[in-house]
Ligand binder design. Structure first.
Ligand code: GLV
Ligand code: MG
Length: 332
Protein backbone atom coordinates (compact mmCIF):
# COMPACT_ATOMS: atom_id res chain seq x y z
CA UNK A 1 0.00 0.00 0.00
CA UNK A 2 1.03 3.57 -0.52
CA UNK A 3 1.94 5.67 2.51
CA UNK A 4 -1.03 7.88 1.55
CA UNK A 5 -4.13 6.59 3.32
CA UNK A 6 -7.45 6.42 1.46
CA UNK A 7 -10.36 7.39 3.68
CA UNK A 8 -13.47 5.50 2.58
CA UNK A 9 -16.75 7.43 2.19
CA UNK A 10 -19.40 6.59 4.80
CA UNK A 11 -20.64 3.08 4.00
CA UNK A 12 -24.02 2.82 2.26
CA UNK A 13 -25.81 0.26 0.16
CA UNK A 14 -25.99 1.67 -3.36
CA UNK A 15 -26.71 -1.34 -5.59
CA UNK A 16 -29.61 0.49 -7.23
CA UNK A 17 -30.46 4.19 -7.43
CA UNK A 18 -33.94 5.13 -8.64
CA UNK A 19 -34.48 8.50 -10.31
CA UNK A 20 -37.86 10.16 -9.75
CA UNK A 21 -38.79 13.50 -11.33
CA UNK A 22 -39.54 16.11 -8.67
CA UNK A 23 -42.43 17.33 -10.79
CA UNK A 24 -44.22 13.94 -10.44
CA UNK A 25 -45.05 13.62 -6.73
CA UNK A 26 -47.49 10.81 -7.53
CA UNK A 27 -44.44 8.52 -7.89
CA UNK A 28 -42.85 9.40 -4.52
CA UNK A 29 -44.75 6.95 -2.29
CA UNK A 30 -44.14 4.06 -4.69
CA UNK A 31 -40.44 4.92 -4.82
CA UNK A 32 -40.28 4.98 -1.02
CA UNK A 33 -41.91 1.55 -0.78
CA UNK A 34 -39.80 0.01 -3.56
CA UNK A 35 -36.53 -1.89 -3.33
CA UNK A 36 -34.05 0.72 -4.51
CA UNK A 37 -31.21 1.30 -2.05
CA UNK A 38 -31.09 4.99 -2.99
CA UNK A 39 -33.80 7.26 -4.38
CA UNK A 40 -32.90 10.56 -5.98
CA UNK A 41 -35.59 13.15 -6.48
CA UNK A 42 -34.74 15.10 -9.58
CA UNK A 43 -34.75 18.85 -10.12
CA UNK A 44 -32.57 18.70 -13.21
CA UNK A 45 -33.06 17.09 -16.60
CA UNK A 46 -36.33 15.24 -15.95
CA UNK A 47 -38.05 18.51 -14.98
CA UNK A 48 -39.18 21.14 -17.50
CA UNK A 49 -38.03 24.74 -16.81
CA UNK A 50 -41.52 25.97 -15.96
CA UNK A 51 -41.91 23.17 -13.39
CA UNK A 52 -38.66 23.76 -11.49
CA UNK A 53 -40.16 25.90 -8.71
CA UNK A 54 -43.08 23.52 -8.19
CA UNK A 55 -40.72 20.51 -8.19
CA UNK A 56 -38.63 22.15 -5.44
CA UNK A 57 -41.73 22.57 -3.29
CA UNK A 58 -42.88 18.98 -3.92
CA UNK A 59 -39.48 17.65 -2.94
CA UNK A 60 -39.12 19.75 0.20
CA UNK A 61 -42.52 18.60 1.39
CA UNK A 62 -42.00 14.94 0.49
CA UNK A 63 -38.62 14.70 2.24
CA UNK A 64 -40.44 15.36 5.51
CA UNK A 65 -43.83 13.80 4.83
CA UNK A 66 -43.11 10.53 3.04
CA UNK A 67 -41.83 7.53 5.04
CA UNK A 68 -38.59 6.73 3.22
CA UNK A 69 -37.80 3.81 5.53
CA UNK A 70 -34.14 2.87 5.59
CA UNK A 71 -33.42 4.21 2.11
CA UNK A 72 -30.74 6.72 1.31
CA UNK A 73 -32.46 9.87 0.04
CA UNK A 74 -30.82 12.22 -2.45
CA UNK A 75 -31.85 15.25 -4.52
CA UNK A 76 -30.33 16.06 -7.90
CA UNK A 77 -29.92 19.82 -8.15
CA UNK A 78 -29.47 21.75 -11.39
CA UNK A 79 -26.05 22.38 -12.87
CA UNK A 80 -23.82 25.29 -11.89
CA UNK A 81 -24.25 26.79 -15.36
CA UNK A 82 -27.97 27.42 -14.73
CA UNK A 83 -29.74 30.08 -12.66
CA UNK A 84 -31.70 27.39 -10.80
CA UNK A 85 -28.89 25.84 -8.86
CA UNK A 86 -28.39 28.37 -6.04
CA UNK A 87 -32.09 28.38 -5.24
CA UNK A 88 -32.22 24.59 -5.37
CA UNK A 89 -29.59 24.42 -2.65
CA UNK A 90 -30.85 27.35 -0.56
CA UNK A 91 -34.55 26.45 -0.64
CA UNK A 92 -33.88 22.79 -0.10
CA UNK A 93 -31.51 23.02 2.84
CA UNK A 94 -33.23 25.94 4.51
CA UNK A 95 -36.57 24.15 4.44
CA UNK A 96 -36.31 20.39 4.16
CA UNK A 97 -36.19 18.03 7.12
CA UNK A 98 -33.06 16.27 8.34
CA UNK A 99 -34.19 13.13 6.45
CA UNK A 100 -32.21 14.20 3.38
CA UNK A 101 -28.88 12.37 3.09
CA UNK A 102 -27.24 13.48 -0.16
CA UNK A 103 -27.17 16.11 -2.88
CA UNK A 104 -26.35 14.97 -6.39
CA UNK A 105 -24.43 17.52 -8.47
CA UNK A 106 -24.76 17.05 -12.24
CA UNK A 107 -22.27 17.96 -14.96
CA UNK A 108 -19.41 18.59 -12.55
CA UNK A 109 -16.60 20.03 -14.65
CA UNK A 110 -13.92 21.12 -12.20
CA UNK A 111 -13.01 20.70 -8.53
CA UNK A 112 -14.13 24.32 -8.03
CA UNK A 113 -17.71 23.34 -8.94
CA UNK A 114 -17.74 20.99 -5.96
CA UNK A 115 -16.03 23.61 -3.80
CA UNK A 116 -18.71 26.17 -4.66
CA UNK A 117 -21.59 23.87 -3.70
CA UNK A 118 -19.72 22.76 -0.58
CA UNK A 119 -19.34 26.41 0.48
CA UNK A 120 -23.05 27.09 0.01
CA UNK A 121 -24.13 23.89 1.77
CA UNK A 122 -21.71 24.51 4.66
CA UNK A 123 -23.02 28.02 5.23
CA UNK A 124 -26.65 26.91 5.25
CA UNK A 125 -25.96 23.95 7.51
CA UNK A 126 -24.28 26.26 10.00
CA UNK A 127 -26.84 29.06 9.77
CA UNK A 128 -29.77 26.67 10.18
CA UNK A 129 -28.11 24.43 12.75
CA UNK A 130 -28.61 21.34 10.59
CA UNK A 131 -27.23 18.29 12.35
CA UNK A 132 -26.77 15.73 9.58
CA UNK A 133 -23.91 16.52 7.24
CA UNK A 134 -25.09 16.32 3.63
CA UNK A 135 -22.93 14.11 1.39
CA UNK A 136 -22.32 14.62 -2.33
CA UNK A 137 -22.90 12.40 -5.34
CA UNK A 138 -21.12 13.73 -8.42
CA UNK A 139 -22.12 12.97 -11.99
CA UNK A 140 -19.23 12.80 -14.43
CA UNK A 141 -20.91 13.44 -17.76
CA UNK A 142 -18.89 15.98 -19.70
CA UNK A 143 -15.51 15.93 -21.40
CA UNK A 144 -14.35 18.60 -18.93
CA UNK A 145 -15.50 16.54 -15.96
CA UNK A 146 -13.71 13.46 -17.28
CA UNK A 147 -10.54 15.49 -17.86
CA UNK A 148 -10.57 16.75 -14.25
CA UNK A 149 -12.02 13.66 -12.63
CA UNK A 150 -9.20 13.04 -10.12
CA UNK A 151 -9.28 16.57 -8.71
CA UNK A 152 -13.10 16.45 -8.65
CA UNK A 153 -13.11 13.17 -6.73
CA UNK A 154 -10.78 14.68 -4.11
CA UNK A 155 -12.49 18.09 -3.94
CA UNK A 156 -14.58 17.71 -0.77
CA UNK A 157 -14.85 15.46 2.29
CA UNK A 158 -18.59 15.41 1.49
CA UNK A 159 -17.94 13.38 -1.68
CA UNK A 160 -19.35 9.86 -1.50
CA UNK A 161 -19.81 8.58 -5.04
CA UNK A 162 -19.03 9.22 -8.71
CA UNK A 163 -21.67 8.44 -11.35
CA UNK A 164 -21.18 7.96 -15.08
CA UNK A 165 -23.84 9.99 -16.92
CA UNK A 166 -23.68 8.29 -20.27
CA UNK A 167 -26.32 10.43 -22.02
CA UNK A 168 -24.76 13.79 -21.35
CA UNK A 169 -21.29 12.34 -21.82
CA UNK A 170 -22.26 11.20 -25.32
CA UNK A 171 -23.59 14.69 -26.05
CA UNK A 172 -20.50 16.38 -24.64
CA UNK A 173 -18.02 14.21 -26.55
CA UNK A 174 -20.27 14.10 -29.65
CA UNK A 175 -20.24 10.31 -29.62
CA UNK A 176 -22.27 8.87 -32.47
CA UNK A 177 -25.18 7.44 -30.52
CA UNK A 178 -28.65 8.65 -29.63
CA UNK A 179 -29.77 5.95 -27.17
CA UNK A 180 -29.00 6.26 -23.43
CA UNK A 181 -26.36 3.63 -22.64
CA UNK A 182 -25.87 0.42 -24.56
CA UNK A 183 -23.72 -0.36 -27.57
CA UNK A 184 -23.42 1.06 -31.08
CA UNK A 185 -23.23 -1.59 -33.83
CA UNK A 186 -20.59 0.48 -35.63
CA UNK A 187 -18.18 0.27 -32.70
CA UNK A 188 -16.34 -3.00 -33.03
CA UNK A 189 -13.52 -4.90 -34.70
CA UNK A 190 -13.47 -6.97 -37.88
CA UNK A 191 -11.36 -10.09 -37.57
CA UNK A 192 -8.73 -10.94 -40.21
CA UNK A 193 -9.90 -13.24 -43.05
CA UNK A 194 -9.48 -16.87 -42.03
CA UNK A 195 -9.52 -20.22 -43.83
CA UNK A 196 -10.20 -20.94 -47.50
CA UNK A 197 -13.48 -19.02 -47.29
CA UNK A 198 -11.67 -15.99 -45.89
CA UNK A 199 -14.34 -15.83 -43.23
CA UNK A 200 -14.42 -12.68 -41.13
CA UNK A 201 -16.36 -11.90 -37.95
CA UNK A 202 -17.43 -8.57 -36.58
CA UNK A 203 -17.29 -8.26 -32.77
CA UNK A 204 -19.22 -5.47 -31.14
CA UNK A 205 -17.20 -3.49 -28.61
CA UNK A 206 -18.14 -1.50 -25.51
CA UNK A 207 -17.78 2.13 -26.51
CA UNK A 208 -18.06 3.25 -22.84
CA UNK A 209 -15.29 1.05 -21.47
CA UNK A 210 -12.63 3.75 -21.15
CA UNK A 211 -14.95 6.25 -19.49
CA UNK A 212 -16.35 3.76 -16.98
CA UNK A 213 -12.94 2.37 -16.08
CA UNK A 214 -11.47 5.85 -15.68
CA UNK A 215 -14.32 6.79 -13.35
CA UNK A 216 -13.85 3.61 -11.31
CA UNK A 217 -10.15 4.33 -10.83
CA UNK A 218 -10.77 7.95 -9.78
CA UNK A 219 -13.52 6.89 -7.39
CA UNK A 220 -11.61 4.07 -5.74
CA UNK A 221 -8.39 6.10 -5.47
CA UNK A 222 -10.37 8.60 -3.40
CA UNK A 223 -12.43 6.19 -1.31
CA UNK A 224 -15.67 6.85 -3.25
CA UNK A 225 -18.23 4.44 -4.71
CA UNK A 226 -18.34 4.24 -8.53
CA UNK A 227 -21.92 3.99 -9.82
CA UNK A 228 -23.00 3.33 -13.40
CA UNK A 229 -25.65 5.71 -14.74
CA UNK A 230 -28.78 5.22 -16.82
CA UNK A 231 -29.87 2.69 -19.41
CA UNK A 232 -32.71 4.31 -21.30
CA UNK A 233 -34.58 1.40 -22.90
CA UNK A 234 -36.63 0.18 -19.93
CA UNK A 235 -38.44 -2.36 -22.11
CA UNK A 236 -35.15 -4.21 -22.69
CA UNK A 237 -34.23 -6.04 -19.44
CA UNK A 238 -31.58 -8.16 -21.18
CA UNK A 239 -29.90 -5.05 -22.57
CA UNK A 240 -30.01 -3.47 -19.10
CA UNK A 241 -28.49 -6.55 -17.52
CA UNK A 242 -25.65 -6.80 -20.02
CA UNK A 243 -24.93 -3.10 -19.59
CA UNK A 244 -25.03 -3.35 -15.78
CA UNK A 245 -22.91 -6.50 -15.68
CA UNK A 246 -19.94 -5.08 -17.50
CA UNK A 247 -19.83 -2.07 -15.16
CA UNK A 248 -20.27 -4.27 -12.10
CA UNK A 249 -17.54 -6.68 -13.21
CA UNK A 250 -15.09 -3.78 -13.51
CA UNK A 251 -15.86 -2.55 -9.99
CA UNK A 252 -18.98 -0.38 -10.05
CA UNK A 253 -21.02 -0.82 -6.91
CA UNK A 254 -24.42 0.00 -8.32
CA UNK A 255 -26.47 1.28 -11.21
CA UNK A 256 -29.24 3.77 -11.81
CA UNK A 257 -32.78 2.68 -12.45
CA UNK A 258 -34.70 5.17 -14.58
CA UNK A 259 -37.79 2.96 -14.26
CA UNK A 260 -38.98 0.85 -11.30
CA UNK A 261 -38.66 -2.34 -13.40
CA UNK A 262 -34.87 -1.84 -13.45
CA UNK A 263 -34.48 -1.85 -9.64
CA UNK A 264 -34.64 -5.61 -9.13
CA UNK A 265 -32.24 -6.14 -12.05
CA UNK A 266 -29.69 -3.71 -10.62
CA UNK A 267 -29.95 -5.25 -7.14
CA UNK A 268 -29.57 -8.77 -8.50
CA UNK A 269 -26.46 -7.91 -10.50
CA UNK A 270 -24.80 -5.99 -7.69
CA UNK A 271 -25.66 -8.53 -4.99
CA UNK A 272 -22.74 -10.65 -3.79
CA UNK A 273 -23.38 -14.14 -5.26
CA UNK A 274 -23.93 -16.59 -2.34
CA UNK A 275 -21.41 -19.12 -3.73
CA UNK A 276 -18.73 -16.42 -3.95
CA UNK A 277 -19.48 -15.15 -0.45
CA UNK A 278 -19.16 -18.68 0.86
CA UNK A 279 -15.85 -19.05 -0.94
CA UNK A 280 -14.69 -15.66 0.35
CA UNK A 281 -15.44 -16.79 3.91
CA UNK A 282 -13.44 -19.98 3.33
CA UNK A 283 -10.55 -17.87 1.97
CA UNK A 284 -10.51 -15.80 5.17
CA UNK A 285 -10.53 -18.96 7.32
CA UNK A 286 -7.81 -20.63 5.22
CA UNK A 287 -5.59 -17.54 5.31
CA UNK A 288 -6.00 -17.22 9.08
CA UNK A 289 -4.99 -20.85 9.53
CA UNK A 290 -2.09 -20.34 7.11
CA UNK A 291 -0.90 -17.28 8.99
CA UNK A 292 -1.06 -19.17 12.32
CA UNK A 293 1.18 -21.79 10.68
CA UNK A 294 3.59 -19.08 9.47
CA UNK A 295 2.49 -19.17 5.80
CA UNK A 296 1.63 -16.11 3.72
CA UNK A 297 0.31 -18.07 0.75
CA UNK A 298 -1.75 -21.26 0.99
CA UNK A 299 -3.67 -23.56 -1.33
CA UNK A 300 -7.47 -23.62 -1.39
CA UNK A 301 -9.39 -25.90 -3.78
CA UNK A 302 -6.14 -26.51 -5.68
CA UNK A 303 -5.48 -22.79 -6.23
CA UNK A 304 -3.02 -20.38 -4.69
CA UNK A 305 -4.35 -17.67 -2.39
CA UNK A 306 -2.38 -14.97 -0.59
CA UNK A 307 -2.87 -11.66 1.23
CA UNK A 308 -4.42 -10.02 -1.86
CA UNK A 309 -7.09 -12.74 -1.72
CA UNK A 310 -7.95 -11.57 1.81
CA UNK A 311 -8.58 -8.03 0.60
CA UNK A 312 -10.78 -9.25 -2.26
CA UNK A 313 -12.69 -11.58 0.03
CA UNK A 314 -13.25 -8.91 2.68
CA UNK A 315 -15.18 -6.65 0.28
CA UNK A 316 -17.60 -9.43 -0.62
CA UNK A 317 -18.08 -10.55 2.97
CA UNK A 318 -18.65 -6.96 4.13
CA UNK A 319 -21.38 -6.40 1.52
CA UNK A 320 -23.05 -9.70 2.39
CA UNK A 321 -22.93 -8.84 6.12
CA UNK A 322 -24.38 -5.36 5.49
CA UNK A 323 -27.26 -6.84 3.50
CA UNK A 324 -27.88 -9.48 6.19
CA UNK A 325 -27.84 -6.80 8.94
CA UNK A 326 -30.36 -4.73 7.01
CA UNK A 327 -32.63 -7.73 6.46
CA UNK A 328 -32.47 -8.50 10.21
CA UNK A 329 -33.25 -4.87 11.10
CA UNK A 330 -36.23 -4.87 8.73
CA UNK A 331 -37.53 -8.12 10.21
CA UNK A 332 -37.47 -6.32 13.59
C1 GLV B 1 -27.38 11.30 -16.65
O1 GLV B 1 -27.61 12.34 -16.12
C2 GLV B 1 -26.94 11.20 -18.00
O2 GLV B 1 -26.78 12.26 -18.63
O3 GLV B 1 -26.74 10.09 -18.48
MG1 MG C 1 -27.15 14.01 -17.41
Amino acid sequence: MSFKPITPAPARLQRSELSVPGSSPKFFEKAAKGDADVVFLDLEDAVAPEKKAEARKNIIQAIGDVDWGDKTLSVRINGLDTHYMYRDVVDLLENCSERLDLIMIPKVGTASDVYAVDMLVSQIERAKGRKKRIGFELIIETALGMQNIHEIAAASPRNESLHFGVADFAASTRAKITSIGGPNPNYGVLTDPEGPEKKRDFHWGDMWHYAIERMIVAARANGLRPIDGPFGDYSDPDGFKAHAWRASVLGCEGKWAIHPSQIALANEINNPPPAEVEKARRILVAMKAGEAAGQGAVALDGKLIDYASIRQAQHLVQLADTLAARAAARAG
